[in-house]
Design a protein around this ligand. Sequence first.
Ligand code: 5GP
Length: 188
Amino acid sequence: MKQKHFLFCGPSGSGKTSIVKHLLEKFPFMRFSVSCTTRPKRATETQGADYYFLTPDEFRKKIDDNEFLEWEEVYTDRYYGTLKSEVERIAKQNNSVIFDVDVEGGLNIKKHFTGNLLAVMVMPPSVEELHKRLIARNTETEETLKIRIAKAEHEMTYRNQFDHVIVNDDFDKAISEAEKLVNFFITA
Ligand code: 5GP
């Protein structure tokens, strides 16, 4: 049987990272695909566990060396990308990859899999709520907040390209829905 993999996309502030973290605890066969980024590390984050934090030059070298399954430059020198080596490493261990990427990256990842990837979009209940959550998270400047909100509005227009949409207005409900989707997909 082909290994099955999981893609969780959605605007930042939708709660998808918390849902992914919960699924990783719940399902021991899942492994997180650690992405590369050039954004500064947050105090709560660990190098090599949350992301591989790179300089823009280090990131560009990996692009030149064709190391990415997909990558994006969100704005000048702010890169995010999924390493081919992460997917290979996890698949070799016979585990399932779980991706937590933005929508554009997710749609690119989808192209590399046929029938063995569950693609889920996590949406905030509204743009107003997303705005509130991003302010409460206190990780944004006024400028990056604006960019993230505009990006979120654009991303949500792609919801029809996903197998399922979870509207995250209640975290407990959202994780229970996510667990059901995973269980259904692995036994299908
Ligand atoms: P943050 O800076 O809040 O960690 O992430 C910003 C956005 O980039 C989120 O939507 C996150 O899921 C996305 N992201 C994280 N890793 C990747 C990746 O490897 N590729 C792409 N395309 N987006 C990513």
